[in-house]
Design a protein around this ligand. Structure first.
Ligand code: ADP
Ligand code: MG
Length: 317
């Protein structure tokens, strides 16, 4: 199979479902329709073999996870993810690898009503680059900047499962049931598109947690030129962390990345109505602290002792 047959067979074959795709795979560029009153958002992410995933992972999981990571960036802006392009770098044209890869991608696209509209294939060390495009009503994006002193800080779900999965990857003593539960969190994170509308109407700032809560909250604070104080007991820790890490569980919930939950802020007077709306929508969120005027991060434990929190999380260089 040559490159072009391969594109047709594996990627052009993924059905287009959106009416707003004017031109999909096959030409020099794709074209999409941006509705009046909306703005177009673009975000790109590269996942490199050996860094973001292991070469022996199932190609289905590699594709699915890559897509979820990209969708999460749109959720963090309160934008609807609509279209993606895929730039694949492959060591060889291996059909038995591409088959499950295209299936994982196709399943993820279908689940989130996104169309694959183009891409590129080159030879080299295995890497996946996805560019995602999304829509938001003009001027209604939620950015990293925008948090104000007094705003409540929330996260959209328990943290640390993906980081624990990585820690326990080669630990043979972990029961299969726990391993499967954690690996599912690592391989198939659920980008929080369910929160887009609530965030759009209520949030002052938002970010997705890819590097770790403390690192990503720090980005949000730096962008807004504010600081934050968290309540240690309020941080939702993924239950299995308590089993494996005991008193170190909160530390991993604060620093472990790859969960792709959202961290966002709201004016404090809106908290009650937001919490009601979120639980009605089956998207419970967790208030974990407040934005403060003083820059930097702090964390308060049960005895009300306030300590400096050094933002730590994943960095590449
Ligand atoms: P060009 O040489 O003009 O860049 P390509 O041969 O790279 O064109 O691609 C031909 C068509 O196939 C283009 O429309 C491109 O968007 C699409 N395409 C290439 N690789 C992929 C891929 N991995 N996934 C989806 N579409 C792809
Ligand atoms: Mg090309």
């Amino acid at each position: 199979m040559d490159e072009f047959t391969l594109i047709d067979h594996f990627f052009k074959a993924i059905p287009l479902r959106r009416q707003d795709v004017l031109l999909g795979i096959g030409d020099d560029a794709a074209s999409v329709q941006v509705p009046p009153g909306y703005e177009l958002l673009v975000s790109t992410d590269t996942l490199v073999s050996g860094i973001h995933f292991l070469p022996d992972w199932n190609p289905y999981d590699i594709a699915f996870r890559s897509l979820m990571v990209n969708i999460s960036d749109m959720a963090a802006m309160a934008a609807e993810p609509c279209w993606v392009t895929l730039a694949l770098t492959l060591p060889e044209l291996n059909q038995s690898w591409l088959e499950p890869f295209a299936k994982g991608l196709g399943d993820g696209l279908q689940q989130y009503h996104i169309d694959l509209i183009g891409g590129d294939i080159t030879q080299g060390p295995l890497a996946i680059n996805l560019t995602i495009l999304g829509l938001a009503p003009k001027g209604r994006l939620i950015k990293r900047e925008g948090a104000k002193p007094g705003d409540v800080i929330l996260v959209s779900g328990p943290l640390g499962a993906a980081a624990l999965a990585i820690q326990l990857l080669s630990d043979k003593t972990v029961p299969v049931k726990d391993r499967e539960e954690l690996m599912a969190k690592l391989l198939a994170p659920k980008p929080r598109t369910d929160l887009i509308h609530l965030l759009r109407t209520q949030a002052t700032a938002a970010i997705d947690i890819s590097d770790g809560l403390s690192a990503d909250l720090n980005h949000l604070c730096v962008a807004g030129r504010v600081g934050a104080c968290l309540t240690k007991e309020a941080i939702p820790v993924y239950p299995l962390l308590n089993k494996y890490l005991k008193d170190k569980a909160v530390d991993l919930a604060l620093t472990g990345g790859d969960d792709y939950e959202l961290c966002f802020t709201l004016p404090a007077k809106q908290l009650d109505s937001f919490m009601q709306a979120a639980s009605l929508a089956n998207s419970p969120c967790y208030p974990i602290g407040f934005i403060e005027k003083d820059k930097g991060l702090r964390i308060k434990s049960a005895n009300n002792i306030c300590e400096t929190l050094i933002p730590t999380g994943y960095t590449h260089f």
